[in-house]
Unconditional design. Structure first.
Length: 660
C-alpha cells in the first residue's frame, strides 16, 4: 500500500516517536525508583497471575458503576485486540498482504466488532464526561487541589478521547474504503455497512481515502506515544503492575525503622514516599471512585483520596525531568496535595483502597504524611495529646490507671493468666471494654458466654495494655512501637494458643502488625469465636422476635474480610436485615484513624450521623455492632434522636437469646 518514500517516512516518524516516548517512560521509571524500597515482590508468579486475571476479567472495574464499567470494558477489550490489529495493518502497509477471506475471516470479524465496541465505549464515556457531567468529576470547594488539576483533567481527557476516536475511526474508514472498492465482506459487517455510503465515490477517491485513513490510524499512534507518559492513559501499563504489587492486607502498616540514620520519618515530600506510593500516582485513572466511597468526602469534608493522588501526579508531571535526575522536589506535599483538614479527616476505613480498580492505596499516602507531621514536626490536633499521654503513662488512651483494668469484671468469674497460666483461649479485652462504662457490658457479656460454653479461658488483667492502634493511625509511630514491643513481650511470655479480641482494631493490630515485632499469634474476632460456639452447639439459642441490622465495622470487614461470622450469630436468634451499604461497601462509623479521640473536621454532617440515618431507615429495632467504638459512635446519634434505636454488641444480643 505504501510507496517507498512513505515507508521511509513512516519508519523515521516511528523512530522519533519511540525515542521521545521512550525518554518519557524512562523518566517515569526513574521517578518511581526514587521512592523508598518496599517488599512487594514475594510470591511473584502468584502476584503476576492474579494481576493478569484481574485485568482480563475487569473484576475490579465492575465493583461499582456497572454502565460506566461496561463502556470501559468495550474500550479495554477492543484495545487489547488492537495490539494485533495494528500490527497486521502495519504489515499490510509494508508488504503485499491481502487480509481477506479464508483464515483472515475470524480475525476480521473480531476486529470489526471490537472497532464498533471501542467507538461506542469511548463516545459514551466522552458524552458522560462532557455532556452529562456528573458529580463524579467535581470536588467540593474545601478540597485542596494542585493548581493545574481543574483545567488539566478535562484537557487530558479530551486529548485521550480524541486520539482513541480518531485512531479507531480512521481504521474503520480505511477498511470501509477498501470494501467499497472490493465489495462487502460478511465478516466485516460494520465496515461493510459504512462502505455502502462510500461506494458512490470515484475509484481514485476511494484509493486516496483508504490510504489517508491508514495513515490516520497508525500515524495517530506515533503522534500520541510521546504524550503517553504525561497522560492518564499511562494507567494501561501502570495499573497491571500496581495490581501485581498489591498487599494482601493493605491496611497493615509497615513499621518505621528508628535505627536508620535518617533525618526524615514519614513523607514530607514526594521523594519520601515508597516507590509504591509514586506508582499509585501514575496508576490513577482519575475516576474518583475512591472519593465517592470516602466517608469524609461524603459528609462534606476537605478530604478527597482522589485529589491527593491526582495532585501528586500533576506535580510529578511538572517536575519530572529534574525529579527523575534525583533533585529534591520544590515543595512539600502539604503545599499542593492536601491540607491540615484533609490530613486529619481520614478515618482509615480503607474504603478508598477497596474500591480502587487499579490497586491504589490512598489511605497509606495520608498516613505517611501524618507520620511526618507527628514525628518530624510534632504537629497534630491538640485533642490527641491526652490520648497519647494516656497511652504512654497509663497504657490506655483514657489515662485511667492500670490497676482499674479489671474493674469491669466485678462480680463475675474472670480468671487471669496468673491464676490459669495455660488457657486454651486468651481473651484480649481491649481498652474500651475495660474502661468505657457502656463498652464494659460487652466484656461482661463475653465473660458470661465463655463460662456458659465451658471454654478454658483467661485474661491478661493488669498486664494488658493498649495495642497502640490509635497512636499508629494518628502518625505517632514511636508510641506505637513502644506499646507493641511491650505487648509482644507480654504475649510471648504467655504463649497463647488462641487470642480472642472484642475490638476489631485490636484484632487487626495483634493479628496483622505485631508479627513485625516478633509476635506471631492466632487471633480471631469475638464474633468468629461465638459463631463457632453456636455452630458446635456449645451455646444453644432460642429464636427472638427482634429485627436487627448489622453495621460492618471497617477494621473487621474491609481490613480483614470478616463478614459472615457476625451474621451467622445474629441469624441464629434474630431476624437480620441489611442496610444498603453493607459488607465491603459498608459506611464508616467515623471513629477510626484516631478520630474517636479528637473533634471531627467541619463538613455537612458527622460521619456517624450519615451512617445512623441509613441504619435507622431499614426499620430494624436494634443496631448490632461488633466494635465498641462503632457502638459509641452510634450512641452519640442515639442521644440526639427522639425515637432512638437500641445499639448492642453481637455478644450482648447472643447472651439475650441463649436458652435458659
Amino acid at each position: 500500500m505504501l510507496t517507498l518514500p512513505e515507508k521511509v517516512l513512516f519508519l523515521l516518524l516511528a523512530l522519533a516517536s519511540l525515542y521521545f516516548g521512550g525518554q518519557g517512560f524512562y523518566r517515569v521509571y526513574r521517578a518511581i525508583r526514587r521512592g523508598k524500597p518496599e517488599d512487594r515482590f514475594d510470591r511473584l508468579p502468584e502476584r503476576v497471575g492474579r494481576a493478569i486475571w484481574l485485568v482480563l476479567t475487569q473484576k475490579t472495574v465492575f465493583k461499582r458503576r456497572p454502565l460506566v464499567s461496561f463502556l470501559h470494558a468495550l474500550v479495554f477489550y477492543g484495545f487489547v485486540y488492537y495490539l494485533l490489529v495494528n500490527l497486521v495493518d502495519l504489515l499490510e502497509g509494508y508488504f503485499p498482504i491481502h487480509t481477506r477471506g479464508g483464515a483472515w475471516n475470524l480475525f476480521n470479524l473480531l476486529a470489526d466488532l471490537l472497532t464498533f465496541g471501542i467507538l461506542v465505549g469511548i463516545l459514551g464515556l466522552m458524552a458522560r464526561r462532557y455532556l452529562v457531567a456528573p458529580r463524579d468529576f467535581t470536588w467540593n470547594p474545601q478540597v485542596p487541589l494542585h493548581e493545574r488539576v481543574r483545567q488539566g483533567i478535562p484537557k487530558d481527557s479530551a486529548i485521550v478521547g480524541a486520539f482513541i476516536t480518531f485512531h479507531v475511526g480512521s481504521r474503520l474508514l480505511s477498511k470501509a474504503s477498501a470494501l467499497a472498492q472490493e465489495g462487502p465482506d460478511p465478516f466485516q459487517p460494520v465496515a461493510s455497512a459504512l462502505s455502502a455510503w462510500l461506494s458512490a465515490l470515484s475509484p481514485e477517491t476511494l484509493v486516496f481515502l483508504e490510504h489517508f485513513f491508514w495513515w490516520g490510524a497508525l500515524g495517530s499512534i506515533l503522534l500520541f506515544i510521546p504524550y503517553f507518559p504525561r497522560s492518564k492513559h499511562i494507567h494501561l501499563f501502570m495499573a497491571p503492575i500496581n495490581l501485581a504489587l498489591y498487599k494482601e492486607k493493605p491496611g497493615a502498616l509497615l513499621p518505621v525503622n528508628f535505627e536508620e540514620e535518617s533525618e526524615r520519618f514519614g513523607a514530607e515530600r514526594l521523594e519520601d514516599f515508597s516507590f509504591k506510593r509514586i506508582l499509585d500516582a501514575y496508576s490513577c485513572i482519575m475516576c474518583n471512585r475512591c472519593q465517592e466511597a470516602c466517608p469524609a468526602y461524603t459528609t462534606g469534608k476537605a478530604l478527597s483520596p482522589a485529589a491527593i493522588l491526582i495532585s501528586e501526579r500533576y506535580e510529578l508531571n511538572e517536575i519530572l525531568p529534574a525529579f527523575a535526575e534525583g533533585k529534591e522536589s520544590p515543595r512539600p506535599l502539604m503545599d499542593f496535595a492536601l491540607n491540615e483538614e484533609a490530613l486529619w479527616a481520614c478515618t482509615t476505613c480503607m474504603a478508598c483502597v477497596e474500591v480502587c480498580p487499579v490497586g491504589n492505596e490512598p489511605m497509606l499516602h495520608v498516613l505517611d504524611v501524618r507520620r511526618a507531621k507527628v514525628l518530624m514536626e510534632g504537629e497534630f490536633p491538640q485533642e490527641l495529646q491526652n490520648a497519647f499521654r494516656g497511652m504512654e503513662r497509663s497504657g490506655n488512651p483514657w489515662g485511667i490507671g492500670q490497676g482499674k483494668r479489671l474493674d469491669w469484671a466485678e462480680g463475675l468469674s474472670v480468671p487471669t493468666v496468673d491464676e490459669k497460666p495455660n488457657p486454651e483461649v486468651l481473651y484480649w479485652v481491649g481498652c474500651a471494654p475495660s474502661y468505657d462504662p457502656r463498652a464494659q457490658k460487652i466484656a461482661r457479656a463475653m465473660a458470661e458466654l465463655l463460662n456458659r460454653a465451658g471454654v478454658d479461658w483467661a485474661v491478661l488483667g493488669t498486664k494488658e495494655k493498649c495495642t497502640g492502634d490509635a497512636a499508629r493511625r494518628a502518625g505517632n509511630e514511636y508510641l506505637f512501637f513502644q506499646l507493641a514491643t511491650e505487648n509482644v513481650e507480654t504475649l510471648n511470655a504467655v504463649s497463647p494458643k488462641l487470642i480472642v479480641t472484642t475490638c476489631p482494631h485490636c484484632f487487626h493490630t495483634i493479628g496483622n502488625e505485631y508479627k513485625d515485632f516478633g509476635g506471631e499469634y492466632r487471633v480471631v474476632h469475638h464474633t468468629e469465636f461465638l459463631a463457632e460456639l453456636v455452630r458446635s452447639g456449645r451455646l444453644k439459642v432460642r429464636p427472638e422476635a427482634k429485627e436487627v441490622v448489622f453495621h460492618d465495622p471497617c477494621y473487621l470487614g474491609r481490613h480483614n474480610g470478616v463478614y459472615e461470622a457476625p451474621r451467622e450469630v445474629l441469624k441464629a436468634g434474630f431476624r437480620l436485615t441489611e442496610p444498603p451499604r453493607s459488607r465491603e461497601k459498608s459506611f464508616c462509623c467515623g471513629a477510626g484513624g484516631a478520630q474517636f479521640w479528637k473533634e471531627e473536621e467541619p463538613g455537612a454532617m458527622r460521619v456517624s450521623e450519615n451512617r445512623y440515618k441509613e441504619l435507622k431507615a431499614t426499620g430494624a429495632e436494634v443496631i448490632a455492632t461488633g466494635c465498641p467504638f462503632c457502638m459509641a459512635m452510634m450512641n452519640v446519634e442515639v442521644a440526639q434522636d427522639e425515637k432512638p434505636l437500641e445499639v448492642k454488641d453481637v455478644a450482648e444480643l447472643l447472651l439475650e437469646a441463649l436458652e435458659a
